[in-house]
Write a protein that binds this ligand. Structure first.
Ligand code: GUN
Length: 304
């Protein structure tokens, strides 16, 4: 067997077009351009490149965007000053603080300082609490993108056994919560595994759908995957490669070629989950702009 490739880039392109058209109609009707504000602290090259991709997506969709870059030595109050201003700025509908932050700045305090109405990352406790309860909310972009990718690729989720490897607040935890909901595009039986598992392979081999977000290059090997499983690789690891033009290459958390021979479908890295994350951010931002006008939710909205 050789797995079908789940082409996140292609699906994200289609969705970006949907959002671009919807935004044009929204702006024509209301005179409002959805606006997203980015805050970046320090000069982590991967973070810089992610924010640049998100800015390009904003331009494509017809949103305005602004980016503030602060030095790595900035204090918590430097960061909070921008968030306080953006929370009440009517031209800013969504706020994104790129993570991780330098160790001396509390991520918890930063996330809590973003008004839930503009928390398009879906990281604020109000949004995560609503997600758990199955209420309308901003949903974290990476797990929301994975769910959308599975749905649009025709992968049956209801009643299947999903194993999520990783328990981060950004991916693993919200992914498990979303897919266990009694809702369309969910209703799965979900197991969460992580680094403390005594025998990780014995858990991952149970998966009909295996979702891996641990940030360890090629950690999931073919022997850990059941024949015919659907494999979603969230990892974006830079590994040194003297033959690559930049001196590194991008490697997922899954050992791609050997796993491809066992899986029925899988996402590539790059070009799988990454583009879906960005397009869900665009959808959340358009949603935030709709809500700011007090108008009905955008047609593209979906409950947690
Ligand atoms: N760092 C890694 N993923 C994300 C994300 O989705 N949002 C933000 N703000 N930071 C991240």
């Amino acid at each position: 067997m050789s797995a079908t490739i789940l082409d996140g880039s292609a699906i994200a392109s289609v969705m970006k077009e949907e959002i671009r058209r919807e935004t044009a109609a929204f702006t024509a009707r209301t005179g409002i351009r959805p606006g997203l504000a980015f805050l970046l602290v320090g000069d982590n090259p991967a973070a810089l490149s992610y924010v640049a991709s998100k800015e390009r997506a904003c331009a494509h969709c017809g949103f305005s965007s602004r980016t503030v870059r602060l030095p790595a030595t900035s204090s918590l109050s430097d960061v909070l000053e921008y968030l306080d201003a953006w929370n009440i700025d009517p031209d800013v509908h969504g706020i994104l603080v790129q993570l991780p932050l330098p160790a001396h700045i509390s991520e918890e305090r930063v996330i809590n300082a973003i008004t839930p109405r503009k928390d398009v990352d879906g990281f604020h406790p109000v949004n995560l609490g609503k997600l758990v309860l199955g209420q309308e909310c901003f949903r974290p972009c990476t797990p929301a993108g994975i769910q959308e990718l599975l749905i649009r690729s025709g992968v049956e989720i209801s009643g299947r056994h999903v194993v999520v490897v990783g328990r981060s607040n950004i991916v693993g935890k919200p992914m498990a919560i979303m897919l266990m909901q009694k809702a369309a595009g969910a209703n799965a039986v979900v197991t969460v595994a992580h680094t403390a598992a005594q025998d990780l392979g014995s858990v991952t081999r149970l998966a009909d759908i295996l979702i891996v977000a641990i940030g360890k290059p090629a950690a999931i090997t073919a022997d850990m995957v059941r024949e015919g499983a659907v494999v979603i690789d969230v990892g974006i690891n830079r590994v040194p490669d003297p033959d690559a033009p930049k001196g590194y290459r991008i490697q997922g958390d899954v050992d791609f070629e050997p796993v491809r021979l066992k899986a029925s479908a899988m996402t590539p890295v790059p070009g799988g989950v990454g583009p879906m994350t960005i397009v869900m951010l665009m959808r959340n931002t358009l949603q935030a702009a709709y809500r700011a006008t007090g108008s009905n939710d955008s047609p593209a909205s979906r409950k947690g």
